[in-house]
Design a protein around this ligand. Structure first.
Ligand code: ATP
Ligand code: MG
Length: 579
């Protein structure tokens, strides 16, 4: 599939000095500068020959491991009819992320953002008996999602390449089995790719279902916060990571009083003014909750001053599934005309719901807004100065040092780029689309389903985000566009150089090595800068001076120093490095 032309003069190398101004991330800058991708429009990229070699290598590893796990490859259409999506109700749910199109008959379609509907349609038509199950299908295919803010090059693109797999089962145990096999296949894939990664518990989001895990490539620039235990293998997306709070609330010792806070609206500033720890302050976040009938009500969420609201957790609290932040007019309307910055839970009307984070529920003698401009209250206590909260729930992000939910240590935080996601869907889609099979007793049953995605094109960006230096990309061997570059000095001027370079090139080709021969007669500095930028893992420099001593120069992309290797041993030297 990958073309066999491996001479630079016949290949297409188009590196550039400047990174585009819209490239915030190093990986995006380097992918453009190395000429792996070219931008067509917002979130739309062409994979140039050099980049495509990388993408295809990633794809090949994904395919091998999926095949090894017993999944069957198929290929479904990118364009999908609206009717299918109406069956699951997702035509509306997916919202503006979905690119909707019409054909000449004004029939409606979408450009598929995912394929649960299409595969379930196949399953309900093709699978009749329990004897055909379990079954796992997968494809490597182009998806389109009209992201609000396409960015980071191919990492959050609108058109991107995904490997998506779907499994079908008669029972939950079988689904669990396949889910574990996919977990193992993903672990194999990211290990073979040479990436630092972690599997974490995840929220199931719009795809829905029972259990799910994400695979993240670890990188400081990652969009997702991850929490992991220092003493066990517990790890979760911060969206999901539970806080465990133990202990009981201490008895009140102070009386409640007004404190002057003329300019202090943030908890940190109030704490500083009062010369106390921010951990003794409570902030109130004003929300509007919408019930099933669409009626809105005002609500205060209480968090310790230094903690952050976790919106995913909040949506799981009874009555809070549909919330938004209140605007100033709404805050003033419900809290005595008090402006934001001084609001709190004391003295609010009975119909204002107060949802306290678990940590807050255990606090006593705390400081909070007074619902009076320029004032806070100190020495505040639940049950005495205000009622117990209407609800107590885990609604904050975990912080470094929190106890791990498995009780085996404390949590540390890091950042990651989501490259894979595995879900147990259960019968969500089979029920919506009536995908049934006949069991041993001839009775009709809904199939159980799992789905498993990998962002194939995102992996390339994520890998570069993890592996680069000031000279450019440092590709892991598994996905480098070429594994070895031969840089002859004076290729067209010196016959001995040309002969030695050609011989090594042929030898390596015969060994099946992806070797690039730079036969363009560029200056050494240009050749080195380009191959470093492109991230080629191994470089051999062949020049007349070295050849006089029967030597060539070898350098690994990961090391700073080059070494001399004798001409007769260079092939073996490289083959050893590659294994
Ligand atoms: P994200 O939270 O990053 O938006 P997602 O949860 O919407 O991702 P899934 O529906 O789980 O993504 O899709 C499977 C995989 O496809 C993701 O794990 C990710 O690697 C990849 N992916 C999703 N959206 C994009 C995108 N806009 N560009 C490139 N890859 C993407
Ligand atoms: Mg996801």
């Amino acid at each position: 599939m990958i073309g066999k032309i491996m001479r630079s003069s016949q290949f297409f190398i188009s590196t550039q000095k400047e990174a585009p101004s819209d490239a915030e991330l190093m990986s995006h800058q380097l992918m453009v500068r190395a000429g792996l991708i070219k931008k067509l429009g917002s979130g739309l990229y062409s994979w140039m020959p050099l980049g495509l070699r990388v993408l295809r290598k990633v794809e090949a590893i994904v395919r091998e491991e999926m095949n090894k796990a017993g999944a069957l490859e198929l290929l479904m259409p990118a364009v999908q009819p609206r009717e299918l999506w109406e069956e699951t109700g997702r035509w509306a749910v997916f919202g503006p992320q979905m690119l909707k199109i019409q054909d000449r008959h004004e029939r409606e379609f979408c450009f598929g953002p995912t394929h649960e509907e299409v595969i379930t349609d196949i399953a309900r038509k093709e699978i009749n008996s329990y004897k055909q199950l379990p079954l796992t299908f997968y494809q490597v295919q182009t998806k389109f999602r009209d992201e609000i803010r396409p960015r980071f090059g191919v990492m959050r693109a609108r058109e991107f390449l995904m490997k998506d797999a779907y499994s079908f089962h008669t029972n939950h145990e079988s689904l669990e089995d396949t889910y574990q096999q996919m977990h193992q296949a993903y672990t194999n894939i990211f290990t073979r790719l040479g990436l630092k990664f972690r599997a974490v518990k995840a929220d199931s989001g719009a795809i829905g279902g029972d259990g799910s895990q994400e695979f993240h490539v670890l990188a400081d620039s990652g969009e997702d916060g991850l929490a992991y235990c220092d003493g066990s293998d517990y790890a979760a997306n911060v969206e999901m990571a539970e806080t465990v709070v133990s202990g009981t609330r201490a008895a009140a010792t102070e009386t409640m009083r007004d404190v002057d806070t003329p300019k202090q609206t943030a908890c940190e500033d109030v704490a500083k003014l009062l010369d106390m720890s921010v951990e003794r302050t409570v902030k109130a976040i004003a929300l509007m909750l919408k019930d099933d009938e669409g009626n809105e009500s005002f609500c205060l969420a209480l968090l310790r001053g230094d903690h952050h609201l976790n919106e995913v957790k909040l949506t799981k609290v009874d009555g809070c599934s549909d919330f938004r932040f209140a605007v100033e007019a709404e805050i003033r309307e419900h809290l005595n005309n008090c402006p934001p910055g001084f609001i709190g839970p004391v003295g609010v009307a009975d119909n204002v719901r107060v949802v306290a984070d678990k940590t807050v529920a255990l606090m006593s003698d705390f400081v909070c807004g007074a619902n009076k401009p320029k004032f806070h209250l100190s020495g505040v206590n639940f049950g005495r100065d205000l009622p117990e909260p209407s609800a107590v729930a885990d609604i904050r992000d975990v912080v470094e040092g929190d106890a791990s939910p498995d009780g085996k240590g404390t949590l540390a935080l890091c950042r990651g780029i989501e490259v894979g996601h595995i879900f147990q869907l259960g019968s969500k889609y089979s029920e919506a689309m009536n995908a049934t099979y006949l069991d041993e007793n001839g009775k009709s049953q809904f199939m159980k389903m799992g789905c498993y995605g990998i962002g194939v094109s995102r992996i390339v960006g994520a890998a570069i985000e993890q592996c680069s230096d000031e000279k450019g990309i440092v590709f892991p061997l598994s996905m480098a566009p070429f594994t070895v570059v031969i840089c002859p000095i004076g290729f067209h001027k010196s016959d001995v150089v040309k002969e030695a370079a050609n011989a090594l090139y042929q030898d390596l080709l015969q060994e099946g090595v992806d070797v690039l021969l730079d036969d363009r007669s560029e200056r050494p500095g240009v050749m080195f800068a380009e191959s470093d930028l492109m991230g080629i893992p191994h470089r051999v420099v062949i020049g007349e001076r070295g050849l006089a001593d029967e030597a060539v120069e070898y350098k690994s992309r990961q090391q700073t120093d080059a070494q001399n290797v004798s001409l007769s041993e260079i092939k073996q030297h490289i083959l050893t490095q590659l294994n």
